[in-house]
Design a protein around this ligand. Structure first.
Ligand code: FES
Length: 576
């Protein structure tokens, strides 16, 4: 369907032969732009999360130059601008606290400036979701170029994976199976260049979902960060975004409910991070799409794990790309996907999927020979999580999927660190570790501490997994029988706040339940005590206060309540 052509929004600034037009153009010409740059051509913003404090995105200034080539070539005017960057491994208390601040920065930077389309450059875990949330609330033509994954990590002749091997090595040191010197020796070999974690962590997961939703060119998710073909992809993206503007193909024309459903199915097939659940809900909220946490479970249920990548499998993102990348993976489940969904190019998703080839069936499996039969995310309900909780079955020990055990409770992260390795801690292998105070409001920001390390004395006995329950998140690179995103969080006085050491908890993953086996009268008594003794939030100013006052719970995607929805791109008033 051909859309009615609308005037370029940049014309309101650059197209006027009057005082206002003079002001808008003249100052821009200080950068060496010729008159022709303002001849009515599409203006393309390049929204960059480059930062030396976000090493995964450290090459994005370079990538931006290739986007600009394509924009110029197609007859557009590229203008690069920075937004807040979020380095997952650097920011305290957690990069997730700032995802919504990046979203606000992105939204207002796009809306406030005279651009007609935007290319989002991001990659590290929270950068792409934050940018996409902001862009969705403006709804211009939009394309994403991801950082791309790092090259495979190398240590002593073996491949090692970002994050996943950090957790493994660290537990091996605590169990006395690896020396600290050997652990530290792996540090330089793990991260050998720019790009995102090369396991199926949160960044790789979200890059796969972006491609599955048609928001990038094919192979954007898997092409290594340093591969020359990523530069070519950036160049082509520059051409395509100009065409998107000319066709008035907006973000909401591509990012539909059907596209979100495709993303959830791909999430299951790649064994994606639980963090994606929060981000997809938040993005759906910006676009007013009817998508619930439960949909992740329902839509992913009959999709097996088909990519043999860490943390659920063996290989790494470089291997995934050489095996055929995301199009080859989507080909395996094409019968489950809506291949008619539009992509940024205007072609349907099926265009890149139908002819895709797999070059390594060990890395990308067929549906008949999956890595694991079960994948996706289990959404649990019960009296311990009335609004829901999440569990990643393919990362968990099947022997623990259904289990009743005694709670060993830690009131907050400091309590956990102080006692977890205490030889006198009353804990056994069949117990359930419970951590409170790590939700969106409680930490604040909902950090990735849900895969809490096991007690040293149990590790020494060879214990490899235990059930862990918290209101925290978990890194997409992590693994274990971990119940996350418990809502309402402890800080809200949810049932999690009322659990005490010695209580019995029953987990039934396949039955999707999580229950605290304490009677209602006792819970009511504990709740009254909690209300009388729980201190007020210590966050009384600045962004922390804004966040704590307005953040939604995990079952709603942790957006700020007043950011849900969108305001379009129109700004009627001039600045002078
Ligand atoms: Fe940036 Fe993993 S730390 S993607």
């Amino acid at each position: 369907m051909t859309k009615k052509k609308t005037p370029l929004r940049s014309a309101a600034s650059y197209g006027k032969l009057d005082r206002d037009g003079f002001i808008h153009r003249s100052w821009m010409k200080s950068q060496g732009l010729p008159d022709e740059a303002f001849d009515g051509r599409p203006v393309i913003g390049i929204c960059n999360t480059w930062s030396e404090l976000t090493p995964c995105n450290a090459h994005l200034r370079d990538i931006a130059e290739y986007v600009k080539r394509g924009v110029w070539e197609a007859g557009g005017l590229p203008l690069e601008f920075p937004v807040m960057s979020l380095g997952e491994t650097q920011m305290r208390p957690t990069a997730m606290l700032y995802r919504n601040l990046l979203a606000m920065d992105t939204e207002e930077s796009i809306r406030g400036n005279p651009m007609d389309g935007v290319v989002l450059l991001g990659g590290c875990d929270k950068t792409t979701p934050g940018q996409l949330m902001g862009a969705a609330s403006v709804d211009l033509p939009t394309i994403i170029v991801s950082s791309g994954p790092m090259l495979n990590g190398k240590y002593r002749g073996k491949d090692i994976g970002s994050g996943t091997d950090v957790w493994k090595f660290s537990e091996a040191v605590r169990a006395g199976e690896m020396t600290l010197a050997d652990f530290m020796g792996a540090e330089s070999g793990m991260s050998r260049g720019p790009g995102t974690c090369m396991t199926m962590g949160s960044a790789s997961t979200f890059a796969c979902l972006v491609e599955a939703m048609g928001l990038s060119l094919p192979y954007n998710a898997t092409l290594p960060a340093v591969d020359a073909r990523r530069k070519a992809l950036a160049h082509n993206t520059g051409r395509v975004i100009v065409d998107m503007v000319r066709q008035n193909r907006r973000l909401s024309d591509v990012l539909t409910l059907e596209a979100l459903h495709n993303a959830v199915k791909v999430h299951a097939a790649v064994g994606g991070s639980t963090n994606a659940v929060l981000h997809i809900q938040a993005i759906a909220g910006r676009l007013g799409l009817d998508f619930k946490m439960q949909d992740f479970d329902t839509l992913g249920q009959d999709i097996p794990l088909l990519v043999d990548l860490q943390p659920s499998g063996r290989f790494l993102m470089e291997d995934f790309h050489y095996a055929g990348g995301l199009p080859a993976l989507m080909k395996q489940i094409e019968g489950k996907l809506d291949l008619t969904c539009a992509t940024v190019t205007g072609e349907p998703l099926g265009q890149s999927v139908t002819g895709a080839e797999c070059f390594n069936s060990e890395v990308i499996r067929e549906v008949e020979t999956p890595v694991k039969d079960l994948s996706g995310a289990w959404v649990l309900k019960g009296n311990l999580c009335p609004q829901g909780a999440l569990m990643k079955p393919n990362a968990a020990d099947p022997a623990l999927w259904q289990h009743t055990g005694r709670a060993v409770v830690f009131e907050n992260i400091e309590d956990f660190h102080a006692r977890i390795d205490d030889p006198d801690l009353d804990v056994e292998e069949k117990d359930i570790l419970v951590l409170k105070g790590c939700g969106p409001k409680g930490y604040p920001g909902m950090p990735e501490v849900g895969n809490m390390p096991l007690p040293a004395k149990l590790l020494a006995k060879g214990v490899k997994d235990m059930i862990r329950v918290s209101d925290a998140r978990m890194s997409g690179t992590a693994y274990g029988t971990v119940v996350l995103h418990v809502a309402p969080e402890a800080e809200m006085g949810g049932p999690l706040a009322l659990v005490r050491s010695g209580d019995m908890i029953r987990l039934d993953g396949p039955g999707r339940t999580l229950d605290l086996l304490v009677d209602d009268a006792e819970l009511a008594k504990r709740k009254a005590e909690w209300q009388q003794t729980h201190p007020a939030s210590p966050h009384t100013r600045g962004y922390y206060k804004l966040y704590v006052d307005h953040v939604l719970q995990a079952d709603e995607g942790c957006d700020l309540d007043f950011l849900v929805g969108n305001s379009g791109s129109v700004v009627t008033r001039e600045s002078h």
